[in-house]
Ligand binder design. Sequence first.
Ligand code: GLP
Length: 242
Amino acid sequence: MNIRILNSREDLNATAAAVIAGLLLTKPQAMLGLATGSTPIGIYRHLADMYRKGQVSFARAYAVNLDEYVGLSQNHPQSYRNFMNEHLFRHIDIPIPHTHIPDGNANDLEAECAAHEQAILEHGPVDLQLLGIGHNGHIGFNEPGHSLTGYTHVVDLDERTRTANARFFGHIDAVPKQAVTMGVGTILKAKQIILVAFGADKADIIKRALTGPVTTACPASLLQCHPNVLILLDQEAGGWFH
Ligand code: GLP
């Protein structure tokens, strides 16, 4: 794993955006694996700026997202489809048919999971997967447990995850209890992975994920098994690493 501690969040956002833009310069038809949550917002802002300045184009790129809440319509303010539209897709030139996010409101969620895997098979593999990390070590919505599921699947959300994400919904009762998520196997098939974390509250889980045992009790620890992972941390999240 290549671990980089950046001086500021701006540096971190600019670095991640530069890696993504660099990939698109060499491979315009790349498939990007994208993430939601508060962590990637600044990276998306940078990418949108670079697009406006003519430094990068997404016109031939594909995007596949990690996850989506079950039970939210795609135009619900907190759906991840809406998140991606607001924070990235409507600011760049990616064709919306090139973007794949599971529909958490689909009648047949199993079919929706299979369709997500199929989209990755058709246009992938994922060239670069962007990841954040939950305080419990989840990646996508792969929650800690005795076992993990390899492929895209429906998952019951951990209460800690629902509590953490209540800030976006106003109240915990409004947070969905399930999500569709890429599996850890799906994630590990990406050619390159960038995990981004900032803030002191992520320091403990980052240390555990990067230096602790590889265990389903901390899904992010499985990244230790991947040959091409870049970890981008700010001083607060990576202060322990010296
Ligand atoms: C969410 C997402 C994850 C994300 C994580 C951390 O629940 N499913 O993909 O990495 O939680 O979120 P944040 O970046 O807001 O800390």
